[in-house]
Design a protein around this ligand. Structure first.
Ligand code: NAP
Length: 547
């Protein structure tokens, strides 16, 4: 669609055509609503459109990291590996877009710049980077939690004569590093997946590490036809299990025992079983790994010894080994040969704790000790997570309230779905919901379905205006914080608390109570007449949910 064909007014504007935006569009169409979707990328896929770096792969198993809303879709689609690669996931998203005829409502290559709510007209005006405007009764942000790529503010980048890349904004045509001297800055999930792949091409690879990372073997493998058949036969039940589970993953174990109640030998055996199984369920070996520092240390110690066994040089192994860090408080990484990559002669670790980066020169990266001359520079430095993509849009009301001011001390939402003071604006997997601490596909489907039901309810009750109540929001924020503070999560210097963005308020953003408990809460709130939300009609009449 070109800007010329853009409608001037629709029922709903959806921002983003990733998994959340596409499913939202599908459900809104079924409600008979007119919808305009805006997407910055040139095609569908969201995070899987942008993160095309070599080695990119999901860390939730493919049979679970997929839509469940259409049984025909889940029965017909054939995943090939335990963890799907980025190209396979992108093929899947494209298949979904075609299968449900979604593209015709999406304007691609269009970034939303502002969303302004007219309090007299009860409508949003959404304006794009091309200065096109559309009015809509509702605006739904499906902007993703990890979509605002962060290139660190290191002096001198503009002087660099070589090519530089960010993993989250990878060129569509790919990059050939054959024979090149390459620097990678960052050793989180993206860096850990990318580094072994770039090492296969580069003549020399420098890995700039600020904080060593816990990474577990993914244990990826081709899916066996019999296992796929079995899963497909039981899909309805498995999906139901996932929806009610803590992490939104049916195959995760639900531990019942403390690590401290096990003998050292039992712990060693139990961690070994999880380690060999692969995947992020490792921290679920015992029920208090994320609750008790002493239990956490048993899991961390085992993981450190595994790192030591994977790296030949003990000094290097020590430098790659996280110390004074609780395992799992930063998002756990899964790798395929990450630590072993450092056993190769042409791969060199640059430990930034010994000598921090000073600046980027015309020819490379300069630390306080020396200059590393490189042909190409890769930032695997992550994202302004959860709030970045929302705050990059100027979201305001006609009376001058701005989301930026409302969230100045950290995001405040009711259920992660709405923010008080911003009527008719929904966020899918917003801060204060399980989102990134869950199988996000399960969380996306739950939010989309809740919003759809809410809009249907409003239509039937003739409400045109919905707003989160400030008191309900304050209580929800307090609940989210209370749950988080009972765990070890807030102690990590992670993007969950915004620690990777200088100046970002330190607030633990996701809801850690589990997707099952969260879903139950959302369902109860809806069943109780949308407790904590205020409604009114076009004629200005205030209505509570049951009138
Ligand atoms: P990340 O986890 O935030 O890691 C960023 C890395 O860059 C960290 O090692 C960080 O060091 C380093 N860094 C940042 N600024 C730096 C600076 N100025 N100088 C030196 N180092 C710097 O980002 P990510 O790896 O892109 O992953 C983000 C999230 O995306 C993941 O946690 C995961 O949820 C998701 N993801 C998932 C997958 C998957 O499904 N397998 C793959 C990729 C990403 P510090 O630790 O010291 O801050």
């Amino acid at each position: 669609m070109t800007t010329k064909n853009l409608p001037t007014s629709v029922d709903v504007v959806v921002v983003g055509a990733g998994f959340a935006g596409l499913y939202m569009l599908h459900r809104l169409r079924a409600l008979g609503m007119t919808v305009q979707v805006f997407e910055a990328g040139s095609d569908v896929g969201g995070t899987w459109f942008w993160n095309r770096y070599p080695g990119a792969r999901c860390d939730v198993e493919s049979m679970e990291y997929s839509y469940s809303f259409s049984d025909e879709l889940q029965q017909e689609w054939a995943w090939t590996e335990r963890y799907a690669t980025q190209p396979e996931i992108l093929r899947y998203v494209n298949h979904v877009a075609d299968r449900f005829d979604l593209r015709r409502s999406v304007q691609f290559k269009t970034r939303v710049r502002s969303a302004v709510f007219d309090e007299d007209q009860d409508q949003w005006t959404i304006t794009t980077d091309g200065n096109a405007s559309v009015t809509a009764h509702f605006c739904i942000m499906a902007t993703g939690c990890l979509s605002a790529a962060k290139v660190p503010e290191i002096a001198g980048l503009s002087n660099f004569k070589g090519d530089w890349y960010h993993t989250g904004l990878w060129p569509q045509e790919g990059v050939d590093f054959s024979g090149k001297v390459v620097a990678v800055i960052g050793t989180g999930s993206s860096g850990i997946q990318l580094i072994p792949e770039v090492a296969k091409q580069a003549s020399q690879l420098y890995v700039f590490q600020r904080t060593p990372t816990f990474s577990l073997p993914a244990g990826n493998r081709p899916l066996q036809p019999q296992a796929v058949l079995e899963t497909k036969k039981n899909y309805a039940e498995l999906r139901q299990q996932a929806r009610g589970s803590p992490a939104g993953v049916a195959s995760y174990p639900v531990p019942t025992r403390s690590a401290l109640d096990a003998t050292p030998e039992e712990r060693e055996a139990a961690y070994e079983v999880r380690w060999q199984a692969g995947g992020t369920a490792y921290t679920r070996t015992y029920n208090d790994v994320m609750l008790s520092q002493a239990s956490n240390e048993t899991a961390a110690d085992f993981a450190r010894r595994k790192i030591a066994s994977r790296v030949h040089d003990p000094v290097l192994a020590d430098a790659l080994s996280p110390k004074d860090v609780l395992i799992g408080t930063k998002r756990l990484c899964l790798d395929d040969g990450y630590f072993e990559t450092f056993n190769q002669n042409h791969v060199k670790l640059v430990d930034l704790r010994e000598a921090p980066i000073q600046d980027i020169t015309a020819e490379g990266v300069r630390t306080s000790l020396t200059e590393y001359k490189v042909d190409a520079l890769i930032f695997a430095t992550g994202f302004d997570a959860m709030t970045g993509a929302l705050l990059n849009i100027d979201i305001r009301t006609s009376s001058g309230k701005t989301l930026a001011k409302s969230w100045a001390a950290g995001p405040r939402t009711y259920l992660g779905l709405m923010t008080a003071g911003f009527p008719n604006l929904f966020t899918i997997t917003g801060p204060g919901s399980p989102s990134v601490i869950s199988n996000v596909m399960v969380s996306i489907e739950q939010h989309v379905e809740w919003i759809t039901d809410c809009l249907r309810f409003m239509r039937e009750a003739r409400h045109t205006h919905i707003e989160a109540d400030l008191t309900a929001q304050d209580a929800w924020v307090a609940h989210v914080n209370e749950l988080a503070n009972a765990t070890l999560y807030p102690l990590g210097n992670s993007w969950y608390v915004g620690a990777n963005i200088p100046g970002k308020p330190r607030v633990f953003m996701p809801y850690v109570g589990g997707v099952g408990r969260y879903r139950q809460k959302c369902t109860e709130i809806a069943a109780n007449g949308y407790e904590g939300f205020r409604f009114s009609a076009a004629d200005g009449a205030q209505r509570s949910a049951d009138t």
